[in-house]
Design a protein around this ligand. Structure first.
Ligand SMILES: *Cc1c(COP(=O)(O)O)cnc(C)c1O
Length: 459
């Protein structure tokens, strides 16, 4: 039998209607949103690929568990369940619940950071970098060189450059390293995985210099899938065994449960060191909540406990990775320039190659984001010079390294027909690519300008 269709490994029990709008309505809606899709109302979006964060559909088992939520202030049963599942997965001794990933980051990097400290990662995610820099410390990214080449095929483009890691530790002095952080999968680097071999190498170097080694585990299950299928020694291991082994090499982790834990809100921090744990718990009580809920309600903790187990199910994880790959492959075959290989949670389109007529100071990525909305009601996000661009002293744009557009796939939300629709919209995008023009910014705030800036199409 030659079955090519990836069927979703679930049936639909509850539905949320999508409001269909027309091209002429979208022209008006986008204009009213100042050509910035972040400012669109969600009901005006047909397919929302803005982010995979907190946008998952929960299972009937998760909704069922939520009814069991124990809302006691201290020692909640729901916390015991969540703690048990996290302990079984990570093996870390001290587990601290938080309301989302960045709360865990603020607590641990607030403690480990500070002026004069340096953090080293394959790529710090934006909130990780922001929390480290906010503490006064420095954040350095050292992904392997292949990780910066969009079309270069390498099985583990999220790996850390271990030669550079050792050199940096020697240059900065081991006592000044706040922590070494492996982000799995490497979100800002295209959702590319990190190998077990690389994890072991990083761990050995950290042990040699007595430096704290942490994992940013937001997409640990998706990373385990890639290890099983790309690293020969792991082909007979289960996904959870692979994740457990990866955690065993490090001293702790932070995790946003809004990604691989299949919930809409939540997170945690876990470490082996008692001194770090005690300090973090003090900070937790001041800013998040008591140690047995940390900003979460009992029902949230129930849903996380179930989600963290569901994510490692073979049928789910295979469907998850294959369906992201399905979109990426289709676009690639049509001649849409996409980052290769396709990552776990998103497909990244290279807009600079798609629209060579648009110079980087006219934001080709933003042009594609607007085209996707106008043609198909699809919301995506620019990861290029609108998001990361800076100005020099003369007010000239210092562009980002790449002009990408991310199509992030929410977990268990869209079916293959939704994705086929996205592919069809791209057929239109390809046909009309020569007529597309750039944009100019009319208003921008000082920080994180992509969220609220106002733009206008150029003629
Ligand atoms: C989303 C994310 C975070 C931050 O988590 P929030 O829940 O959004 O605060 C940190 N690191 C990575 C890699 C992420 O993807």
């Amino acid at each position: 039998m030659n079955i090519k269709t990836i069927i979703e490994p679930f049936k639909i029990k509850m539905v949320e209607p999508i409001h269909m709008n027309t091209l002429s309505e979208r022209v008006e809606l986008l204009k009213k949103a100042h050509y910035n899709p972040f400012m669109l109302q969600s009901q005006d979006v047909i397919i929302d690929l803005l982010t995979d964060s907190g946008t998952s559909a929960m299972s009937s088992a998760q909704w069922g568990a939520m009814m069991e939520g124990d809302e006691s202030y201290a020692g909640s049963k729901s916390w015991q369940k969540m703690e048990h599942v996290i302990y079984n997965l990570t093996g870390y001794k001290y587990i601290i619940p938080t309301h989302q990933g960045r709360a865990a980051e603020r607590i641990i990097y607030g403690y480990l950071g500070g002026k004069g400290k340096c953090f080293i990662s394959n790529t710090h995610f934006d909130t990780t970098r922001a929390n480290i820099e906010y503490s006064g410390a420095e954040a350095i990214d050292i992904v392997i060189p292949e990780g910066k080449m969009p079309f270069f095929e390498h099985p583990f483009k999220g790996n850390m450059d271990v030669v550079e890691l050792e050199r940096l530790i020697q240059e900065k002095g081991a006592e000044n390293i706040g922590a070494v952080i492996l982000t799995v999968t490497n979100n800002s680097g295209g959702g590319q995985p990190v190998s077990m071999k690389n994890t072991k190498e990083v761990s050995l170097i950290c042990k040699k210099y007595n430096v704290c080694f942490l994992i940013d585990a937001c997409r640990i299950a998706e990373n385990s899938y890639f290890i099983k299928h790309r690293e020969a020694e792991y082909k007979n291991k289960t996904y959870i065994e692979i994740a457990q082994e990866m955690f065993s090499y490090s001293d702790g982790c932070t995790m946003s449960a809004k990604k691989d834990a299949l919930v809409n809100m939540g997170g945690f921090l876990a470490v082996n060191n008692k001194i770090i744990a005690d300090e973090c718990m003090n900070l937790l009580i001041i800013t998040e909540g008591y140690v047995t809920y940390g900003g979460l309600s009992g029902r949230d903790m129930e849903a996380i406990a179930v989600g963290l187990e569901e994510i490692f199910h073979n049928d789910y994880l295979t469907y998850r990775i294959k369906s992201t790959e399905y979109l990426g492959k289709k676009l690639n075959e049509m001649g849409v320039p996409v980052v290769l290989p396709i990552g776990g949670h998103a497909v990244y389109v290279d807009a600079k190659t798609l629209y060579p007529q648009i110079s980087v100071d006219q934001y080709p990525g933003h042009s594609l984001v607007c085209e996707l909305y106008l043609k198909g009601g699809i919301r995506s996000v620019e990861i290029g010079s609108l998001m990361f661009g800076k100005y020099d002293e003369e007010g000239k744009l210092i562009p980002a390294n790449m002009e990408l557009v991310r199509l992030a796939i929410p977990r268990r939300v869209y079916t293959q027909s939704h994705i086929d629709y996205v592919v069809e919209i791209f057929e239109e995008i390809i046909k009309t690519k020569h007529n597309v023009k750039g944009y100019k910014i009319n208003y921008e705030p000082k920080f994180l300008r992509h969220f609220t800036s106002h733009l206008e199409p150029l003629n």
